[in-house]
Design a protein around this ligand. Sequence first.
Ligand SMILES: [Zn+2]
Length: 298
Amino acid sequence: MRTPLVPLAFLVTILTASIAQASNAPTSGVYRMKLGDFEVVALQDAVNPRPLDKLISNPEEIPKAGVAKPDDPVKLQVNAFVVNTGSDLIMVDSGNGGSVGQTVAHLQAAGYRPEQVTMVLLTHLHGDHVGGMTVDGKPTFPNAKVFLEKREADFWIDPEREKTDPRKGGMQKARENLAPYDAAGKLIRFDGVSRIVPGVTVVPAYGHTPGHTAYMLDSKGRKLLVWGDIMHVQQLQLPNPNVSLVFDVDADMARQTRKDFLIKAAAEGYPIAGMHMAWPGIGHIRKSGTGYAWEPMR
Ligand SMILES: [Zn+2]
């Protein structure tokens, strides 16, 4: 079943109707902002408490963050985002899915239906990003094309390697969650592409996973970088970007990428949207001492 692109007028109607239902209150799980002609909505997926020692792979870096008493367990935020460009309704990641993920519930609270989504851009294939792509084997976003960096697809979706790799559980989950899109010819593995549609640019962010990808949104000169998993535990990784996550496939590369992204976001002043940044997941990065600080959007 395919339907044509959602007409802008229709989306605007829904949008106007939904503003009364979904406020930007911290508890609503929905945060909306204008970016030039685009609308960007943060969708809270989950908040997962995780013991610090199950997250950080180099605990010797923790004291160097200078945090007297880090939160432990960490309340690990999971966010997804939806972007209405006027001609496309674009999800960036899909959250955990299953009984945990609230992304689709919050998408609906924001006034959009999953069938209206025309594109899904995946930052990478960890379960908290790809898990919401299917429900009982059926596509959550039946009318969407799915975009994914080729090296990310190559790493996670390889039935032979899946048999022996220690990450086989995650590989199976990624493969199964993308299977109906792949079977329908709607899974697009991009390679060396810079622009997805006007105002949506690919920004390689390799390290956390082999094809981890950020997406720069740009409308009327206003920019927002959806940076995926550049950072997970901001209370430590902002003051000390050397702190690494157990989930980093290549921790050295991830650390360098994190530093590069922080330098640029602080210097150029555009806001970032992060899948694990504190709600609403969108804010500015400011230089602070030898590290950085977070200014969430209000
Ligand atoms: Zn993640």
